[in-house]
Structure formats: C-alpha cells, structure tokens
Design a protein around this ligand. Structure first.
Ligand SMILES: *[C@@H]1O[C@H](CO)[C@@H](O)[C@H](O)[C@H]1NC(C)=O
Length: 216
C-alpha cells in the first residue's frame, strides 16, 4: 500500500515536471491552428493533421540582416511558433541577432528556455549571472564559430566587441521562449512600479529613478 502511494506520488510528480517543460508530443506534430479560440492545454490548438503541409513547417528570411541601428545597437529576428505554426508543442525555436559596432543585447531572461548561441560573424562578449546569493558572472569573449549556453531563466547579455558588425544564431528550448528585458521590466512596466519601491530597491535618488522611468 505504502509502495503504491509512493509510486503514484512519483508518477504525479514526473507528470507535473513534464508539463512544465513542453512534454514530448503524443502525436507526430500539432501545427498551431491560429484561426480558432479553442481551449489550449500548453500551447496552441492543433490544426487537423490532414490539412498540414510543408509551409506550416517552413520560414524564409534568416539570411536577411536585421536593422541594428536602434538605441542599443542590435536587432533580434525570432523564429518561434509565431513564425512557424508547426513548432507548436515541439519545444524549440531560433533567433538571428544582428549587432552594430559595440551594440548590445541588454540583460534579459527567457523564462521558458535555455539558449545555445553560435557566433556566425564577428566577436561577442557574452555572459550570464547565477542566482542569489552568489550572483556570479560567468562570461567569455567569443569568436566566429564559438558556441555558448545561457541556462533557462538566468539573466544574460551580449555585446559586439569586434571592429565590424556581428551576427549570431541562437536555438532556444521552447516554441515560445519569452523575453524579459530587465531594465524595461523594472523601469518601464505598465503601469509603473511605485517610485518609492524603486528608490529603496535600487538605493537611488528619486530624480535618477524618474530619469530611468522616462528612459524605458
Ligand atoms: C534602420 O532603422 C533606423 C532607425 O529606426 C532607420 O532610420 C533606418 O532607415 C533603418 N534602415 C533601414 C535600411 O531600414
């Protein structure tokens, strides 16, 4: 009796973990049916599999450089389930990133995905920070062909440190990795986080908090 309860508990636990991490699909594929509001379990409803064709699994355009002349000097071109409905339930996505000289991808996290990045052109300074209380920075300068991993959920960043534009390609372990850019989330939330919270949290003067809030 005690044994079967233990087995049941283990089963329930493993099911919970699997659901939270985009479980292995129970069918060949589940092309996202974006035309319906039918209930979703953990992703988008499936299109009738007989209606699926090659274009549901296809995207074109990652050979095109993104326009990196933004204030941070980078441009992300995502290829997630939003671009390829056939990625629904499969737990994987891609992104091309273009960097202007000294351009950065500001510190951000992907709440649902580990990222593995390859440098296609140029040199990047990359890093991530571990959880409290260590908050250890693990960083490296990468050259063309180098690969680096950002573990799921950890804040990370990239900077172009070469003398030319840089390009990287990332694979991510979710059809919908999500992005939380730290500065935008904290200083640019809508509606704003109460100013006195930010003053105390960041140990800054009100004027600096206000300035940061207008910036983001
Ligand atoms: C790139 O973006 C900048 C700033 O948004 C804009 O001024 C420029 O025209 C864009 N360049 C191209 C080629 O689209």
């Amino acid at each position: 009796m005690a044994n079967s309860i233990l087995v049941l508990c283990l089963l329930a636990f493993s099911c919970t973990v699997a659901t939270a991490f985009e479980p292995s699909p129970l069918q060949d594929f589940c092309v996202a049916d974006t035309s319906t509001n039918a209930g979703r379990v953990n992703g988008l409803p499936c299109l009738d599999s007989k209606l699926a064709d090659a274009n549901h699994f296809y995207f074109s355009g990652l050979h095109i450089a993104g326009n990196s002349s933004s204030s941070v000097g980078s441009k992300v071109s995502p290829v997630t389930v939003a671009q390829i409905p056939g990625l629904n339930t499969l737990g994987i996505a891609l992104a091309r990133i273009d960097y202007a000289q000294w351009g950065v991808v500001p510190p951000h996290t992907h709440p649902r995905a580990t990222e593995i990045l390859t440098v296609l052109e140029g040199s990047l300074y990359v890093g991530f920070v571990t959880s409290n209380p260590e908050n250890r920075l693990i960083s490296k300068v990468l050259q063309k062909g180098d690969v680096f991993v950002f573990p799921i959920g950890l804040p990370h960043f990239q900077q172009n440190v070469g003398n030319e534009n840089a390009v990287s390609l990332s694979a991510l372990s979710s059809q919908n990795p999500g992005v939380i850019t730290i500065a935008n989330a904290v200083f640019g939330s809508n509606p704003p986080i109460a100013e006195d919270v930010l003053v105390k949290a960041f140990q800054l003067d009100k004027s600096i908090v206000n300035r940061l809030q207008t910036q983001f």
